[in-house]
Ligand binder design. Structure first.
Ligand code: CTP
Ligand SMILES: C[C@](O)(CO)[C@H](O)COP(=O)(O)O
Length: 236
């Protein structure tokens, strides 16, 4: 299966509130962005890597990456789905075709295990629709109202945390995202756009340490998880 990667990396990190986009914060001495892009570009299973950065981003191309020749930086968009579409268009302009697979992975998830990428790609090879890494919900889930009072308890059986990568055929994903955008629907992951078409992506259980750095306390957690990954030898 010929597979390319798109890395949405154009976010502002508002929930983190660092004053700079969170992907440029340091994790064990290197930026979150460098960790994520180095892990993806080291994977021969990925034919190319398109990175969608903010149009006014002046940091991305000045950083030292392990394999910079594998990275193609393009201007992202106002929403995550716009950035993913921009990455897809860049892949198409470089020769990718509708039947190729595209793997979409958040730059804010630097602890992605290469073994999980291989598991996802192997599991999906031969699948019709595509799918995503996910992690089963462990806690009891509550829905709260605006004042923080419990509205109800959400049955957690068959509930998953959607992670990334999410992998679909390039043409199908492009159509799905364009249709969602045309309908004014803001999807927060690629699978939701595919689901809008009446299709059912496959959930593939991945490591729970594939966290998305979103809030300040996620950075210390990521530091600890990275050290555990290094000790376990699961970063390559
Ligand atoms: N217009 C956007 C918005 C988000 N992203 C990317 O989508 C991923 C997941 O988004 P999120 O964690 O929400 O990142 P931010 O949008 O930066 O965070 P916030 O919502 O707190 O501003 C991130 O890698 C982010 O860089 C993107 O490429 N383009
Ligand atoms: C794609 C994603 O990481 C799956 O959980 C998530 O939807 C991104 O959401 P965000 O609001 O853009 O961080």
């Amino acid at each position: 299966m010929r597979c390319h990667a798109v890395v949405p990396a154009a976010g502002a990190g508002k929930r983190f509130g660092a004053g700079i986009p969170k992907q440029y914060l340091l994790l064990a001495g290197r930026s979150i962005q460098q960790h994520t892009l180095d892990r993806l570009s080291a994977m021969p299973e990925l034919a190319s890597v398109a990175v969608a950065v903010a149009p006014d981003d002046e940091l991305a191309t000045g950083l030292a990456y392990a394999q910079p020749e594998r990275l193609r930086f393009v201007a992202g968009g106002r929403e995550r789905m716009d950035s993913v579409l921009a990455g897809i268009e860049a892949l198409r302009a470089a020769g990718a075709v509708d039947d190729d697979w595209v793997l979409v992975h958040d730059v804010a998830r630097p602890l992605l295990r290469p073994a999980d990428v291989r598991l996802l790609l192997t599991t999906l090879d031969g699948q019709a629709v595509g799918g995503l890494l996910a992690s089963p919900v462990r806690d009891t889930m509550k829905r709260g109202d605006a004042s923080g009072l419990v509205l109800d308890t959400v049955p957690r059986e068959q509930l998953w945390h959607a992670l990334t990568p999410q992998v679909f055929r390039l043409g199908l994903l492009r159509d799905a995202l364009l249709q969602a955008r045309a309908a004014g629907v803001l999807v927060t992951d690629e699978a939701a756009a595919i689901e809008r078409m009446g299709l059912r992506p496959l959930l593939v259980a991945g490591a729970a340490d594939n966290i998305k750095i979103t809030f300040p306390d996620d950075l210390a957690l990521a530091e600890a998880l990275l050290q555990a990954q290094l000790r376990a030898g699961v970063t390559t």
